[in-house]
Unconditional design. Sequence first.
Length: 335
Amino acid sequence: MTVTVGPEHRHAQGTTRYRALSLRDVTEILKQRGVGPDVVDDVRAVGAVLPFRVNDHVLDNLIDWDDIPHDPMFQLLFPQPGMLDPAGLATMRRLSTAVLRRHVEPLLDPRLDRLEAIRIGTKSLTFWPARFCSDADAPDLLRLFEQVVAPGRSLVLVADLSHPRELQSAATRRAIRLARSTGANIYCQVPLVAHVNDRPETWERLWNAEVKLGCVPYYMFVERDTGPRRYFEVPLIRAHDILATAYRMSSGLARTVKGPVMSATPGKVVIDGYERQEGDHVTMQLCFVQSRNAAWVGRPFTAKTTTEATWFSHLQPSGTQPWWSEESAATRRPT
């Protein structure tokens, strides 16, 4: 196997075809990139437990192979020895335009005139930009987007990103231009991930790159309490400090972002600030930006926790809160 896409992986018209690479390919991938045997062994060992998949675009454009194993995209995409929790990582699933059309076209019925916006979450703008540029059904995908926008509806592509490097390739920039040319808006949401983007400078570069490409910085998410979270999690107070510092460094156009946000059971909760108390105790100021109960949205509240807290269930709200579920109370850390 070669890392560079050969003729056998191209369409007849010369465009690159999507090719998923998994654990069985990892030894040759890493050896051809000059990665040492110790790192190869670590990746193979952890990859035997955790799902792993990349593609040629990721290998050729997103990873700095001179900075292994510290490169942030390598940390994010390849199994790492610190990932001790044997749970799954998300794998890419490619949805053809024909399948997407079957889901979207029923929503375009004129009788559904109260439907004002359609939102589609995707990572393909950065992980497989050929989806918009050169795949066989790319033109039909763009026509579908135009079809959504034509009656006056809003089409929003929510791009899932992790690092500013994802926006550097010419293919990704072209994919964004083509998507926006249909009238679609692109909003960018990003999880805060240790070893990948846990520095304010990284977020400032990311937000400003999004703005230059005509995209909207949308959410900074707190890493969810699932999978190998202990390797990737960032304490909540540090998450707030990273966002606040990056916010001050960024232009006003980049300050549309909300965060740090936890997508918890009762809704999306944003951390507005915190005050240190005695020892390692902290009082946090929070607010719902979305909720299953509209009455909770925009209502500020405080919660007690510690400097090591990393998730919503580690908080103890001040006073009585109607949304404080028994499940959250049962799983929270002692304060």
